[in-house]
Ligand binder design. Structure first.
Ligand code: GLU
Length: 294
C-alpha cells in the first residue's frame, strides 16, 4: 500500500503597518498571500503591525480593513500587535536571560558620529551597521545607567547569538536554502527607545503565535529574514517557509511609497474602480500604466 502524506495545511498572512494608505503594491502582496492559502483550503490571516506607536494611526488601520474587503479579501483571523506588547516583552526577557541582548544608550547622532569617525564602517542590507559602541559596556555601568533612567533601546548581540545557536539557514521558495549572514543587519534593535518592540522581534513572535507556515512578503524584507531566523532559533520558535515576492515598482524601478497618490487603494475606490475587477487584473499581472513587477 502506498502511503500518501496528508497535504500541508497552509497558513499565510498579510501584515501591513498602518503608517499610511495602502497602494496597489500592498493589494498585490495581500492577494499573493490570500490566494496561496485559499487555493489549498488553507488559512489566511491578517496582522496589523502597529508597534511603531509614534507613526501608526487607527484611521490607517480602518482603511486597511476597508481596502482589503473592497478587493474581495476576507481573513480568518486578525491580530493587532499593539495589544501584544507583553508577549514581546517576554521574548525580550528570554533573550536577556541568554545573554544575547544588551541595552544601547546611543542616540542616532552618536551613531552617525561614530560611523563618520571610523575608517571602514561595515555595511549591511539597510546601510551601515551599528558600530557596537554599547556592546562592550560592563554590567555595572549598564545597570547604573538603566537605574538612572538613561533612555535606551535593546539590541541583539548577533555575534553572541550565533555563537549560541551555531550556523543557521532558512528556506526561500525562490532563492532556496539561505545561510544566515550575521552581517545582513548586525546588532539589530529588539526594542526601541519609543517603540515597545521592533518589527523584527514582533514579526517572529507573531508568525509563531499565529501558526504561520508560509510567510509571503516582499523582497524588500528579504535581508531581515537573517535576523528573524536567528531570533527563531534563540526563542525555540518554528521557522516558516519564506516566499519573498517581487515588488511593484514605478517606471524608474522605485518601490511605490505609501503616499503614492492615485495608486492608493482608497483613491481608486473613491474614483469608482471596481475592487473585485482590480483584484483580478492584479492577479493576471495587468497593472496600471507605468507600474511594473520587479
Ligand atoms: N509590516 C511589515 C511591512 O509592512 C511586514 C513585513 C512582513 O510581512 O514580515 O513591511
Amino acid at each position: 500500500m502506498t502511503r500518501v502524506d496528508a497535504p500541508r495545511h497552509l497558513v499565510t498572512r498579510f501584515a501591513p503597518s498602518p503608517t499610511g494608505r495602502l497602494h496597489i503594491g500592498h493589494g498585490w502582496s495581500a492577494l499573493q498571500a490570500h490566494d496561496l492559502a485559499r487555493e489549498s483550503g488553507g488559512t489566511f490571516l491578517l496582522r496589523i503591525e502597529d508597534t511603531d506607536v509614534t507613526r501608526c494611526r487607527p484611521e490607517f488601520t480602518r482603511a486597511i480593513l476597508e481596502d482589503l474587503r473592497w478587493l474581495g479579501i476576507g481573513w480568518d483571523g486578525l491580530m493587532i500587535q499593539s495589544t501584544r506588547f507583553p508577549a514581546y516583552e517576554a521574548a525580550l526577557e528570554a533573550l536577556k536571560g541568554q545573554g544575547v541582548a544588551y541595552p544601547c544608550f546611543c542616540t542616532r547622532g552618536d551613531i552617525a558620529r561614530e560611523l563618520a569617525a571610523s575608517l571602514h564602517a561595515p555595511h549591511g542590507a539597510d546601510g551601515p551597521l551599528y558600530p557596537g559602541t554599547c556592546r562592550g559596556l560592563d554590567p555595572a555601568t549598564r545597570a547604573e545607567r538603566i537605574a538612572r533612567g538613561d533612555p535606551h533601546s535593546w539590541r541583539l548581540d548577533m555575534g553572541a547569538a550565533l555563537a549560541r545557536t551555531g550556523p543557521l539557514s532558512w528556506h526561500d521558495a525562490q532563492a532556496g536554502d539561505v545561510p544566515v549572514d550575521p552581517g545582513a543587519l548586525g546588532d539589530l534593535i529588539l526594542k526601541g527607545r519609543d517603540r515597545p518592540a521592533s518589527y523584527h522581534l514582533a514579526v517572529v513572535v507573531d508568525d509563531a503565535a499565529q501558526g504561520v507556515t508560509d510567510a509571503v512578503r516582499g523582497r524588500d524584507v528579504f535581508a531581515s529574514t537573517h535576523a528573524h531566523r536567528t531570533l527563531q532559533a534563540l526563542l525555540g520558535l518554528p521557522v516558516p517557509l519564506y516566499r519573498h515576492h517581487a515588488l511593484v515598482v514605478d517606471a524608474e524601478g522605485k518601490r511605490l511609497a505609501k503616499r503614492s497618490d492615485g495608486l492608493a487603494l482608497a483613491d481608486l475606490r473613491a474614483a469608482g474602480v471596481d475592487g473585485l475587477m482590480l483584484a483580478d487584473d492584479l492577479r493576471a499581472g495587468r497593472f496600471p500604466v507605468g507600474i511594473f513587477l520587479r
